[in-house]
Design a protein around this ligand. Structure first.
Ligand SMILES: Nc1nc2c(ncn2[C@@H]2O[C@H](COP(=O)(O)OP(=O)(O)OP(=O)(O)O)[C@@H](O)[C@H]2O)c(=O)[nH]1
Ligand SMILES: [Mg+2]
Length: 218
């Protein structure tokens, strides 16, 4: 019985990986840079996208993942970002997005060369890291309120990412957190990680983030 379950899981992951590879390739050929944002709930993913919108008018599209509500998609639409909300609540409440769902969502978005496509994955540091959604770049948003130890406790999301945004810098004066230790822990899990420190509230570090996107953009 156990072997059968493992085989079914392997099959699901294989199908997901195949679709993910196709998406990565198709969007590259189209000239659309595709980024997947993962994080704990409330680390500041949507706030970051809201902040980012004015720097790239009309070229950002976001596929939003949440178990319930269209709140994030509404926030993004309000700042002029085209967004498509996926709610997993209707079909079991999955805690991650899969490549096939992204592929279906893309049928609703008209992407063109030079666009930026973001997936805001469902807020948790565990499941999204296990499913390749076909992004060119995976990133973790880690807020300073979460504690220095999170990269060590939830390593997969950090191992599978190319960039890490350390968010809510403006809160540092109110916390006991050791920021250097937090960054060292990120690098211990992934020595190649690009780390960008930001505050979506004050705008600190946002220039570094925008430069990062400009550099990677097709
Ligand atoms: N002080 C401060 N608060 C922030 C910052 N960024 C986000 N917040 C606040 O943190 C809360 C959560 O922010 P969101 O952007 O909704 O976080 P999220 O990661 O999109 O949340 P989920 O989609 O629910 O996982 C909100 O109350 C934001 O106003 C920041 O840079 N500084
Ligand atoms: Mg959000």
């Amino acid at each position: 019985m156990e072997k059968k379950v493992i085989r079914v899981l392997e099959k699901i992951l294989n199908v997901n990986d195949r679709i993910a590879d196709e998406l990565r390739q198709d969007l590259k050929e189209k000239g659309v840079l595709y980024l997947n944002l993962m994080s704990s709930p409330g680390s500041g993913k949507t706030s970051l996208l809201e902040r980012t919108s004015s720097f790239f008018p009309e070229i950002i599209s976001v596929i939003e993942g949440d178990i319930q509500t269209t709140l994030d998609a509404e926030r993004l639409e309000a700042v002029g970002i085209t967004s498509f909300q996926i709610n997993t609540g209707a079909f079991g409440g999955d805690c991650h997005l899969e490549a096939g769902w992204i592929s279906s969502a893309l049928e609703e978005l008209e992407l063109k060369k030079g666009d930026l496509l973001f997936v805001e994955n469902i807020g948790n540091l565990v499941c999204p890291a296990e499913f390749d959604v076909g992004a060119h770049l995976n990133g973790v948003v880690l807020s300073v309120t979460e504690g220095e130890d999170k990269p060590l406790k939830y390593p997969l999301a950090f191992r599978n990412s190319q960039f890490c945004l350390i968010s809510k810098l403006d809160l540092l004066p109110y916390l006991d957190i050791d920021l250097q230790r937090m960054m060292d822990n990120v690098l211990q899990i992934n020595p190649d990680m690009d780390i960008i420190k930001i505050s979506s509230k004050t705008g600190e570090g946002i220039e570094d983030w925008i430069n990062f996107l400009q550099e990677k953009k097709y």
